[in-house]
Design a protein around this ligand. Structure first.
Ligand code: GCO
Length: 437
């Protein structure tokens, strides 16, 4: 690696991220069913119908996994708490084993000098709440606030930083408009409701955590650079709209008390009643914003209904996901978020990494190159004056890549999903060496 820890400012935080359903093994410890379990049971949704029943069995092997994180020389560990593990019905009766698990997990991080960086919701919606309409239901923000109270009432005293929701775009658009993630809807009205309710849930959860005395609270959004397919005004407009609902919508709600006009041209007729009265709650003050960044998309106009555009194949080298490698996008978004929205608030890269067809013993050079290029982009953003305070690798372990099952390997550590054996990859060793310098 041609990056070293000492290239970054003192106190710059290096972390790795995971999420609960992707690694824990949801069949263990009395967790309730999530909408990912039922989504995976429905033919055509998930490659080979795979689910998170076992995943990496982190539920039983977390000590080994945190040893690996600490062994890499990381300062923090970004993890998420499963709503369905803590409240199997989504509301009401608490699963004590679930709370105890997160309690042990946080203590195990502290014992290893890893700062616990919590995400409350990384998509494990309890099935009983899905039955009530999931994120379409206007009561969801209240139920989410109740979950926040229960989980953070137990572990909040030891949490270094917390964000309520991972990637509201995925909860809203990917899951309700494109139908690629649970609940797999393709409905504009469901999308508008989910996109708004998820922000309202975020705001209410922030207030609950402040009332508990917690600090260092933020929001984590994902970003994809929208590249117009050609120089026509139609392509520019198509890319601007993609950028609008993907990269601007949630930040605009969080920081500007409005949603972008270009997006409301399509969504406004479908918004939940009274939506424009909710920004006071949504705008609960934040201490930082996290950016998850992987790729860009090439966007072309087409004749389908709004948003009337499509993704086309791009010319850049691609990862195992088929995603183009485009590090300039990371620098672009760090600058954009700072200049347009957060204006001085600390920023973190909360996810960045790539999937590669890794096998044990074969060096994952493409990942080393990818990480090097994106860390260089992060350094450029620092030089541009962006108050970037940390960088997080996605992911510590190979894991359940949602609708793509276990085939796409994002880990710095290889996991054999037959034996569950962990083997650090060449990128793990390269990062360890870089962080020691
Ligand atoms: C994300 C997700 C991860 C994915 C990763 C790669 O936050 O997008 O946190 O769950 O595994 O992004 O697709």
């Amino acid at each position: 690696m041609d990056f070293k820890r000492s290239d970054f400012p003192d106190g710059f935080l290096f972390a790795a991220a995971t999420s609960s359903y992707q690694i824990e093994g949801h069949s263990f410890g009395g967790a309730g069913k999530t909408h990912w379990d039922t989504f995976a049971q429905t033919p055509g949704n998930v490659v080979r119908g795979e689910n998170g029943d076992i995943a990496c069995d982190h539920y039983h092997r977390f000590a080994e996994d945190l040893d690996l994180a600490a062994g890499m020389g990381l300062d923090g560990y970004r993890f998420s708490t499963s709503w369905a593990r803590v409240l199997p019905e989504g509301r009401g009766t608490v699963n004590q084993d679930g709370l105890d698990f997160y309690d042990r997990l946080v203590d195990a991080m502290l014992e290893r000098n890893l700062k616990p960086m919590a995400t409350l919701y990384h998509w494990e919606l309890p099935v009983p709440l899905a039955d009530l309409g999931g994120w379409r239901n206007p009561d969801m923000p209240n139920w989410f606030a109740d979950f926040t109270q229960v989980i953070m009432g137990r572990i909040g005293d030891r949490i270094y930083s917390a964000a309520p929701v991972n990637e509201p775009w995925c909860v809203g658009w990917l899951s309700h408009f494109l139908g690629h993630h649970a609940p797999g809807l393709r409905d504009i009205r469901a999308t508008a409701h989910a996109m708004h309710h998820i922000l309202l849930a975020h705001g209410q959860a922030i207030s609950v955590m402040r009332d508990l005395g917690m600090s260092n609270l933020g929001a984590v959004c994902n970003f994809e650079y929208a590249q117009p397919v050609d120089e026509s005004p139609e392509a520019a407009k198509a890319a601007a709209l993609y950028d609008g609902y993907y990269n601007q919508f949630f930040l605009s709600g969080l920081f500007k008390s409005r949603y972008p006009d270009i997006v409301m041209e399509g969504l406004e007729p479908h918004m939940p009643r009274g939506w424009d009265q909710d920004f006071k709650t949504i705008q609960a003050p934040l201490d930082w914003v996290g950016l998850n960044y992987y790729t860009r998309k090439v966007i072309a106009p087409d004749n389908s209904p709004w948003p009337s555009h499509t993704e086309v194949d791009g010319p850049l080298p691609k990862t195992q996901m088929g995603w183009e490698v485009y590090p300039d996008g990371l620098r672009h978004f760090l600058n954009m978020v700072h200049n347009e929205y957060t204006k001085g608030l600390p920023l973190l890269v909360t996810e960045n990494g790539m999937a590669n067809e890794d096998t044990v013993g074969q060096p994952d050079q493409p990942r080393i190159d990818y990480l090097e290029a994106h860390l260089a982009a992060a350094k450029s953003a620092l030089a541009d004056g962006v108050p970037l305070r940390g960088y997080t690798f996605w992911s510590l372990l190979d894991n359940y890549e949602w609708a793509l099952g276990y085939e796409k390997r994002f880990g710095l550590v290889h996991v054999d999903f037959e034996t569950l054996e962990r083997t650090p990859k060449a990128s793990y060793h390269a990062v360890s060496a870089a962080l020691a310098q």
